[in-house]
Design a binder for this molecule. Structure first.
Ligand code: AMP
Length: 418
């Protein structure tokens, strides 16, 4: 059998890729308006980076990373997400005091060995935006607003913004203790994974998809009730600024997100009508991460949009450009045709040629398949008369133009204008 893609990996074919390109362009332009600058990070990082940032007892690190020892004996991992790399880069290049380098974004593939299903792949693409160095709640509101602006510009159907605060280390300490004690009462009813989580990292129980565990959690303590004065004030301000910007949100006290580094504000974008994998974007604050990775204390916040999940639900905004087709007959036709192609492309006209150079009929057929709006037919007889034929592929009207590109182009533009 011929070789196929690896399970959970897929190809994006041209029609779909065009839609991706436009979506990425919309995101790029929007993020530029908010002052974000694009960066490109490696796909491969040291495994330790993700273990230390995402957290040893998260699903991602425990079960989903593509990790391997390379031939030099280094432990490496295909990045499962981008925030850790961004924070690593921020520290590595000491970007603290570069005013142009604290609002960054990147677009690229991530890798997680999850069970593949619709909307869930082992290689998937994210648009990641991160803000470093701003503790003020206005930054939270702004980055959420940037996310929403992108979704609106992409004409995303009805979506919900779910919002929560996970507090700081201080608030979480008390919460974890209470959650642990609460879960102790249900210990035997928890799934084996959650029994382990109960002992080592109870917050991660909120990631569990097992129904029994979810039911137990319905009565569990919620983090917002444990927020310290500062975290409470911060959260109130975020909500206030979002309302000021006319952004509607749904408070979701059980939204914890699957990574350990989040603090305070966390959020997710849900498309309520699309079924199981309905979170198309998510993010939050991670005020301690840079410091935990060995940098200076740097509050930060970011989001990730999952392109594979979102794009099937947004309209195709691609502006189609119909090509001009060159039907070339004989060696002379090919030679003059190649010169024409050059001149046309300099004018930013999309040019198509059928390099099999079959009969005129078969070449014009090809032009129709390519949805060309104009064809120029250059055959040996025409060349002898110094002429080429310009054909309107929609109306099938034809006129003679000069076979010499400079003169012919003028006549062509004249006719197209008409
Ligand atoms: P996370 O990095 O887990 O916060 O995820 C951010 C976004 O990435 C999610 O809201 C999804 O849209 C997308 N995403 C995460 N995992 C996958 C996956 N396995 N396949 C496709 N998209 C994903």
């Amino acid at each position: 059998m011929s070789i196929q893609t690896v399970r959970g990996f897929r190809d994006i074919l041209p029609e779909e890729a065009a839609k991706w390109q436009v979506a990425e362009e919309v995101a790029r332009n929007t993020l530029h308006l908010f002052g974000f600058k694009e960066v490109r990070n490696p796909i491969l990082e040291k495994t330790e980076l993700f273990v230390r940032s995402i957290g040893e007892t998260t699903d991602i690190v425990e079960k989903e990373m593509y990790s391997f020892v390379d031939k030099g004996g280094e432990n490496l991992t295909l990045r499962p997400e981008a925030t850790a790399s961004m924070a690593r880069m921020f520290i590595q290049y000491s970007l603290y005091h570069r005013p142009t380098s604290n609002k960054l974004f990147t677009i690229g593939p991530m890798f997680r060995r999850e069970r593949p299903q619709k909307g869930r792949y082992r290689q998937f693409w994210q648009i990641n935006a991160e803000m470093f160095g701003f503790a003020h709640p206005a930054a939270d509101a702004e980055i959420i607003f940037a996310l929403i602006t992108i979704l609106e510009r992409l004409k995303t159907p009805t979506f919900e913004l779910h919002l929560n605060s996970l507090g700081c280390k201080k608030c979480r300490l008390r919460f974890k203790e209470d959650l642990k004690n609460f879960l102790k009462n249900y210990y035997n009813a928890l799934c084996p994974d959650c029994q382990r989580r109960q002992r080592i990292n109870p917050l991660r129980i909120f990631d569990c998809k097992v129904k029994e565990c979810q039911n137990i959690l319905k009565n569990a303590p919620i983090i917002v009730e444990y927020l310290c004065e500062d975290c409470k004030k911060h959260f109130e301000k975020v909500k206030f600024y979002l309302s000021l910007l006319n952004v509607q949100f749904i408070l979701n006290p059980r939204l914890v997100r699957g990574l350990d580094y989040y603090t305070r504000t966390t959020f997710e974008i849900i498309l309520p009508e699309i079924g199981a994998q309905n979170a198309v974007a998510g993010g939050g604050r991670y005020d301690d991460l840079v410091e935990e990775l060995g940098g200076k204390h740097t509050p930060a916040i970011g989001f990730a949009i999952g392109l594979d999940r979102l794009l099937p639900y947004v309209p195709n905004l691609t502006k189609k450009r119909r090509p001009l087709f060159l039907a070339l007959l004989g060696e002379e036709g090919i030679k003059i045709g190649l010169l024409w192609a050059n001149v046309l492309r300099e004018r930013n006209i999309v040019v198509e040629i059928d390099y099999r150079f079959g009969s005129l009929k078969s070449q014009l057929n090809r032009a129709n398949h390519l949805d060309a709006n104009w064809s120029i037919i250059i055959g040996e007889d025409e060349i002898k008369r110094g002429k080429a034929i310009l054909r309107n592929m929609d109306t099938k009207e034809q006129i003679n133009i000069s076979v010499y590109p400079e003169k012919g182009l003028e006549q062509l533009l004249e006719w197209i204008k008409k």
